[in-house]
Design a protein around this ligand. Structure first.
Ligand SMILES: [Zn+2]
Length: 434
């Protein structure tokens, strides 16, 4: 059982938390209306004035914002703070369109760090830990986000960034790293390289915690990582538009606490924008309650999740969101059926002969979509007997069909065939778009 970073806030009675959210919601709506030409225009178009927001439920009267708004107002057209109050910018890679720019005041950086200090404490870390940050540093929010959060908590930070895997493993041993933060696919690569170097993560390092995110990953992958290394693997969540990585699971590993004093979280039907019933899956919508350079009102993240408002067994009263299935952007539509790469992962990781690396290739043959799943086998799962391989291929294919409801072609490949990633893994090649 770990302690709290800020027990007063984290265990705040729900009525008090809701009343704080209400005050902050009214404040932020007035603030953006007064300081951002974008929001003033948007509110006028929707026929809404700041004084119309009187209760928390009134949030539903406010118009949504989306990534497209950030792109259309590139670079800083949605900002609410004057330029001389901005102390940092982060910029998205723009791989799927124009990049988006996020700015932070000094206070915004503090709120961000505070959010992570709470989160890292909730999963059991403290100033006694050495946190190796294996997320990219630079314009991407992952590296610096974790860095400031862990430092605020008082841990020692090892800012290794991505790549240079052998050196990472040596430093992990030399400096007694106890926690690592990186993408789950990069950690799988670290496991593989450690094994080749003859280093047992379980016996030759002090690593006890992994903080994995920036790409969707399944519970089955968690089980695999934990069984192979003896560490506790936790999910971390956030997205650059609302700061960067912000929230993690607590030690209960039953959902990610989204701090209610900083963010108002809603779950809506992705098609209609109407709120879903509690416990139902929908698209996450965040309103920043304590952010000043680029506050966002009802920002539709595109991630699908389920929210719980029940008080967690850890004693924290703040809402939790359940493991993210994927972004609506990541969803593939194959012959009219929705497929999330994370569903494919959860099937594959249950099969012991299947290794940690895989990819999906989608083609169109005539009018028909074809999905191929290339699957790397483990050293022990690999056989040179055609009969064994065919049996395994059938098994994988049958299990995929059971979950996805469509047939996929399965290609089993030798260990080491599929390219490894240092950051976010590229799991899908969709040749229909080319
Ligand atoms: Zn909890």
């Amino acid at each position: 059982m770990s302690g709290y970073w800020d027990p007063h806030i984290e265990r705040m009675p729900l009525e008090d938390l809701h009343s704080l959210q209400e005050d902050r919601l009214k404040f932020v709506v007035r603030y953006v209306y007064d300081h951002s030409a974008f929001y003033r225009r948007r509110f006028k178009e929707a026929g809404i004035m700041p004084e119309d927001i009187k209760t928390l439920a009134d949030v539903a009267k406010l118009p949504f914002t989306k990534k497209a708004d950030l792109r259309d107002n590139y670079p800083t057209g949605m900002f609410s703070a004057p330029k001389n109050q901005v102390v940092r910018y982060h910029v998205s890679s723009g791989t799927t369109g124009k990049p988006t720019v996020v700015g932070y005041t000094r206070g915004d950086i503090e709120t961000w760090s505070e959010s992570l200090a709470r989160a890292l404490t909730s999963l059991g870390l403290s100033r006694d830990d050495v946190v190796q940050v294996g997320y990219g540093y630079g314009l991407f929010t992952g590296g610096l986000g974790l860095h400031y959060g862990a430092e605020r908590m008082g841990a020692a930070v090892l800012p290794v960034g991505t790549g240079n895997t052998e050196r990472q493993i040596e430093l992990m041993q030399d400096l007694g790293t106890t926690a690592i933060a990186c993408t789950p696919s990069y950690f799988l690569h670290i496991m593989e390289v450690a094994e080749k170097m003859g280093v047992s993560i379980r016996n030759d390092t002090q690593l006890k915690v992994g903080i994995f995110g920036a790409e969707p990953w399944s519970l089955e992958t968690r089980k695999r990582i934990e069984a192979n290394t003896g560490i506790n693997a936790y999910d971390i969540y956030g997205t650059s538009e609302i700061s960067g990585p912000l929230f993690t699971e607590c030690h209960a590993k039953n959902g990610i606490h989204v701090w209610g004093d900083m963010f108002l979280t809603e779950v809506v039907d992705p098609d209609t924008g109407e709120p879903v019933a509690e416990g139902e899956q929908g698209e996450l919508v965040f309103t920043t309650l304590h952010k000043f350079a680029l506050p966002l009102i009802r920002y539709r993240i595109g991630d699908l999740s389920i929210m719980s408002n029940e008080v967690c067994e850890c004693g924290r009263t703040h809402p939790r969101i359940m493991r993210i299935m994927g972004r609506t952007d990541d969803m593939l539509i194959i012959r009219g059926i929705n497929v999330f790469p994370s569903q494919v992962e959860s099937v594959l990781m249950r099969i012991p002969e299947v290794g940690d690396h895989w990819e999906i290739i989608v083609d169109r043959k005539g009018p028909l979509d074809m999905m191929t799943v290339r699957v790397e086998l483990t050293e022990s799962g690999f056989s040179d007997k055609i009969g064994d391989l065919m049996k395994l291929e059938n098994k994988v294919s049958k299990e995929l069909k059971g979950v996805l409801n469509i047939a996929a072609k399965v290609d089993l490949v030798e260990p080491g065939t599929i390219p490894r990633s240092m950051g976010k893994a590229k799991r899908v090649t969709d040749n229909r778009k080319v």
